[in-house]
Design a protein around this ligand. Structure first.
Ligand code: GDP
Ligand code: MG
Length: 448
């Protein structure tokens, strides 16, 4: 199991609170201390741990209990939430490599971090999803690199390209990518050497090869056993390129894995996969909520977390509905509605279901394609609470910041704001109509 010691110490802390007869301040403080100890032992940054502990304690003791939820249940949910936040939040986007076109992925990272192993893991993973995969060996430095990758490629059933004896890695990468493209390979993975003495050299080679082959994605392979130090590498990398994701290796049994995970998450660089063993099948898409669930000992807590979430969802949903009814339609409400969309159907349907609001929105008011909606959700995740509540404060410089944070353009932000304004206008019109003819459909906004 990944991160055995962290998992058992966190699991024990949770078991303890679940067994405590009375969850009072003393019990909560003890829970927080147990969690602190577990995280620090796993090399998580002391400052992060201290901030997290304060938040956990405050939330458990001060948050209003949702109906039907005990303080004990809330405690587990809060720990789960905060740990998920520590490891990067809800975000868990798997790469969507398309069929019928070539996607080029460049692997970089220092020697021994696990690039070559990772190349074959990615091959195995994406072949399973039905893509044709090829690997290019652009490591001409280490003797045996060619044979190692060729063997792995054969084992995982990938195309292989390499040039023994060519001293120019950039050239090999270029030739290999070109050959694979000609063959119509859908996912082309370029493995590189990591002989660099320092980050500067690593970044330079990354840039040089990247310029030659224009990869669609650069994956930084980081060794999870280096703990918090992973942060500097991730940061340097994250600054050098916009299109990067992280593959964190060797998390099987690493005592410092918690440190590496949290440190990398803190930089905002997305961790896409983790490596959990030497075998090619030992690759896992990284999803903080699922990961935390396992750390805490899923099973007991999964159902519990779901229960608390459900209650909180319905409570916030009814808050949103009353906000809409009174005309306070903020970006935050729009965001929540988008999140609810998959569960409840489109906003127009939701509005129809409110008594007295049996009007449907004109189609163009809420014409959301899946893609646009996803983009907007990412944009809104990059906004501050204030911006979500008071969208009119979003000026040019805020727009640029939000665009940078969400990997979009100011034009995308403007589009979202236009859509928001249009929706708001319609909602307002409906509310006005509803107020003018209050008796028409009767009924109250449901309050839970
Ligand atoms: N336990 C474990 N070992 C790994 C993992 N990924 C890579 N390794 C090992 O790390 C060592 C270096 O890997 P390699 O792929 O050659 O690194 P490269 O120099 O970056 O290409 C090898 O012994 C691998 O078996 C992992 O997720 N878990
Ligand atoms: Mg290698």
């Amino acid at each position: 199991m990944v991160l055995d010691s962290l998992s058992s110490s966190l699991g024990n802390a949770i078991k303890k609170i679940l067994r405590t007869p009375v969850v009072d301040e003393k019990a909560v403080k003890e829970l927080v201390r147990d969690i602190q100890r577990a995280l620090i032992q796993s090399d998580v940054n002391v400052k992060l741990v201290s901030e997290l502990s304060k938040r956990i304690e405050k939330r458990i003791l001060e948050e209003e209990l949702p109906p039907g939820i005990t303080r004990r249940e809330l405690a587990v949910k809060v720990v789960y939430d905060e740990l998920t936040g520590l490891l990067g939040g809800e975000r868990a986007q798997l790469p969507k490599y398309q069929r019928g076109r070539s996607t080029v992925v460049l692997l970089v990272g220092i020697q021994g971090s696990g690039k070559t192993t990772t190349a074959s893991k990615l091959t195995w993973f994406h072949k399973k999803q039905g893509l044709s995969v090829g690997v290019v060996c652009a490591d001409n430095f280490r003797a045996g690199a060619y044979d190692q990758l060729k063997q792995l490629a054969d084992r995982s059933g990938a195309e292989f390209y390499g040039e023994k004896g060519n001293p120019n890695a950039v050239e090999i990468a270029k030739n290999g990518v070109q050959r694979m493209k000609e063959k119509g390979i859908e996912l082309i993975i370029v493995d590189t050497a990591g002989r660099h003495k320092n980050e500067g050299d690593l970044i330079n080679e990354m840039k040089e090869i990247a310029e030659a082959i224009s990869p669609d994605e650069i994956i930084l392979v980081l060794d999870g056993t280096i703990g918090q130090q992973a942060m500097q590498q991730a940061e340097a990398f994250n600054q050098a390129t916009k299109i990067g994701t992280i593959f964190l290796t060797k998390l099987d049994g690493s005592a410092r894995g918690g440190g590496a995970l949290s440190a990398v998450a803190a930089t905002g660089a997305p961790i896409r996969f983790i490596g959990t063993g030497e075998g090619i099948e030992e690759i896992e898409p990284f999803s903080p909520p699922r990961f935390v669930g396992r750390l805490l000992g899923m099973g007991d807590i999964e159902a519990l977390v779901e229960k608390v979430k459900e209650v909180q969802k319905t409570t916030s949903m009814s808050k949103d509905l009353s906000a809409i009814a009174s005309g306070r339609f903020t970006l935050k409400v729009l965001y929540n509605q988008m999140q609810a969309l998959r569960r409840m159907g489109p906003l127009s349907k939701i509005l129809q279901s409110i008594p007295g609001m049996g009007l449907s929105l004109p189609k163009e008011a809420m014409d959301l394609s899946e893609e646009r909606m996803k983009k907007w959700m990412v944009i809104m995740q990059s906004m501050t609470e204030e911006e979500l509540e008071e969208p009119h404060i979003i000026d040019g410089s805020r727009m640029r910041r939000i665009a940078r944070g969400s990997g979009t353009t100011p034009k995308d932000i403007r589009e979202l704001l236009d859509q928001y304004k249009m929706s708001k206008k319609f909602v307002k019109q409906m509310v006005t109509k509803q107020k003018r003819f209050p008796g028409m459909k009767g009924g109250q906004i449901p309050k839970h």
